[in-house]
Design a protein around this ligand. Structure first.
Ligand code: ADP
Ligand code: MG
Length: 277
């Protein structure tokens, strides 16, 4: 027997490195008319590097002490920023103290007890080309770390293809600061930029578009993206550095690490649906 078109499309998507979870999911991917993308790990590679370590004067910490403190608190976290901070501390051969009472607030940061003191690493009120996180100890700011992440080599090509498929450029929804978001938007031709969003703001942005009658494709990778992936008409997760929750929630997972696979799968779905109808 010949395979039904939607199943053939799933097999073809697999060849493009995309795991589509069901025929219904495959069908939904072709129905979208609007796209919204996460920044970190989606338009960027999701492998940031620490580019500056800035202890506050009066904190009593030097660069190494600040970085080691942040790494201790971030060590249990899977967030790309956490991995970068731990890697930077290791690169300097710094000791990473054991952390207790670790908690992570998606889209905000982490806290943990290190050497008996509560250490926080999270959002800073700094507008910067880089992602900036603030380190606090017992509630007092002790310094900041700057991190930058490379744009994916195919980010602009994927954005252009999604623009062609949905008739308008994608919206960028990110928890990062406005200038870091604007830099990525400018490099990819995106003009609708919404920065400093909390996970609930991302899901509300998707819901607003859906309520206005749009069928939204949301592409993301983080724990913080799971609610938006669920709310969108179709959700695609970037698999390589993606969080388990994002991969579970999405309709499809990009296994091979290419963003252009996303428009490719939308096209496969549309071709299959024409054959079905
Ligand atoms: P994005 O929407 O760009 O994928 P997130 O929602 O994961 O980003 O995070 C938004 C912001 O919250 C980050 O830019 C950072 O300031 C802060 N943040 C989130 N998780 C962490 C963490 N583990 N350590 C430090 N800061 C964090
Ligand atoms: Mg992300």
């Amino acid at each position: 027997a010949t395979m039904p078109p939607l199943l053939s499309a799933i097999a073809n998507a697999g060849r493009h490195g995309v795991l589509v979870k069901s025929a219904v999911a495959m069908e939904r991917l072709g129905e979208i008319d609007t796209t919204a993308l996460d920044k970190t790990g989606t338009l960027t590679e999701g492998a940031p590097e620490v580019t500056a370590v800035r202890p506050l004067p009066g904190s009593g910490l030097d660069e190494d002490a600040l970085l080691a403190l942040a790494a201790a608190a971030e060590h249990p976290s899977e967030h790309p920023l956490a991995r970068a901070i731990v890697a930077a501390a290791r690169a300097r051969d710094l000791p990473i103290a054991a952390a207790e009472d670790f908690t992570a607030a998606p889209g905000r940061g982490v806290t943990a007890t290190v050497d008996g003191r509560v250490v926080g690493v999270g959002r800073a009120d700094t507008d910067s080309d880089a992602t900036v996180v603030q380190v606090t100890r017992d509630g007092t700011p002790v310094g900041t770390l700057a991190l930058t992440d490379r744009l994916r080599p195919d980010a602009a090509a994927a954005t252009a293809a999604l623009t062609a498929l949905s008739g308008a450029a994608p919206a960028l929804l990110t928890g990062d600061n406005a200038r870091a978001a604007a830099r990525v938007a400018a490099a990819t031709g995106i003009t609708d930029v919404r920065a400093e969003l909390l996970p609930e703001d991302k899901v509300n942005a998707v819901r607003d578009l859906e309520r206005a009658g749009r069928k939204v494709l949301f592409v993301g990778d983080g724990v913080n993206d799971a609610p938006a992936l669920a709310a969108a008409h179709a959700g695609v997760a970037m698999g390589r550095a993606g969080s388990d929750l994002a991969l579970e929630t999405a309709d499809a997972v990009v296994v091979r690490d290419e963003l252009t696979a996303v428009p490719a799968v939308v096209r496969l779905s549309r071709t299959a649906r024409r054959l079905v109808l």
